[in-house]
Design a protein around this ligand. Structure first.
Ligand SMILES: O=C(O)C(=O)C[C@]1(C(=O)O)C=C[C@@H](O)C=C1
Length: 180
């Protein structure tokens, strides 16, 4: 992408695609939060984050994407995921639900493993959507278009929430190395 011009609807569409997949991934996180609540575990799972990062590095290599940017990007997505999960866990905690049975806890663990596969399957489309934009990600034109679309497109779920949208905007600036 040498001539950056948003009258080129192609770039706009690439951003739409990237945001759609980002939101799809984040929309899996409220359920993950519910399952973690049932299992009595925290949103942060160090081992899983390591596995996700390892997989991201492998994919970055295969797709020819810069490793550092990809790591920053996927880490920020996991950070937003934890924010969403902790909001859900906080809500459920205040509801003071009855104690769960061992079967219910086991069923939650099983569902978590399936859900992790679904989340994992979003990585490839996410990176493919990121790829055409990667060299221009730090451009103010691109960053402004990301913000504009996040605020104007009619998202459902997590991306409908202003706090989450702000975190996503930040995540792209972090990925581009503009903020830490
Ligand atoms: O797999 C999980 O446990 C998740 O909550 C998903 C996820 C992610 O975004 O991939 C988010 C937070 C965790 O620390 C690890 C991974």
């Amino acid at each position: 992408m040498n001539n950056l011009d948003l009258s080129d609807t192609h770039v706009r569409e690439q951003i739409t695609q990237l945001l759609n997949i980002t939101c799809e991934r984040l929309n899996l996180m409220p359920r993950m939060g519910e399952l973690k609540f049932t299992m009595g575990v925290e949103p942060f799972d160090e081992g899983q984050e390591k596995r996700v990062l390892d997989k991201a590095i492998q994919k970055a290599k295969r797709l020819g994407l810069p490793k550092d940017l990809v790591i920053r990007f996927i880490q920020t997505q996991m950070d937003i995921a934890k924010l969403i999960q902790s909001q859900i866990i906080e809500q459920l905690t205040t509801q003071g639900l009855p104690k769960l049975t061992d079967e219910e806890i086991q069923a939650a663990a099983k569902e978590q493993s399936t859900l992790r596969s679904t989340i994992g399957a979003k990585m490839e489309p996410l990176f493919l959507a990121l790829k055409p934009l990667i060299n221009e990600l730090s451009s103010p034109i691109i960053q402004r278009e990301i913000s504009r679309q996040l605020d104007n497109n009619r998202y459902t779920g997590e991306c409908a929430k202003p706090i989450i949208r702000e975190e996503i905007k930040k995540s792209f600036r972090k990925a581009a190395g503009q903020i830490h």
